[in-house]
Design a protein around this ligand. Structure first.
Ligand SMILES: [Zn+2]
Length: 109
């Protein structure tokens, strides 16, 4: 399956159509087993990014747009950092927190 993207959790077998998504992805099921704080933060970044995207589309002022894009880009960098540190690392690190490991096992993943 070359045209499918796999869920970031190596133990999860879900895949997504490559055309719709790019880069790394987590399925809804795996996302739900993340700690509440991590999910909240992840959603928070996305909410902010979408908010700035909407603002950028509505603004006609080129200088303002440039500044808004800078803010949006910073948020995007933070989101990626958060993804790597708190989401990806959780699934890929060999020393996963015990709680999550036990939980994954329980789910048969
Ligand atoms: Zn998954």
């Amino acid at each position: 399956m070359t045209d499918r993207i796999r869920c970031i959790n190596p133990r999860c077998r879900r895949t997504f159509a490559a055309g719709k998504h790019s880069g790394e992805i987590i399925c809804g099921k795996c996302f739900r087993i993340l700690p509440e704080a991590t999910r909240k933060e992840h959603r928070g970044y996305w909410r902010e990014i979408r908010k700035w995207d909407r603002r950028i589309t509505r603004t006609g002022d080129e200088i303002k747009v440039r500044r808004m894009r800078a803010v949006r880009d910073t948020l995007s960098v933070r989101l990626n950092l958060h993804w790597d540190t708190y989401i990806k690392a959780l699934f890929l690190a060999p020393d996963k927190p015990e709680g999550l490991d036990a939980f994954l096992e329980e789910l048969g993943m």
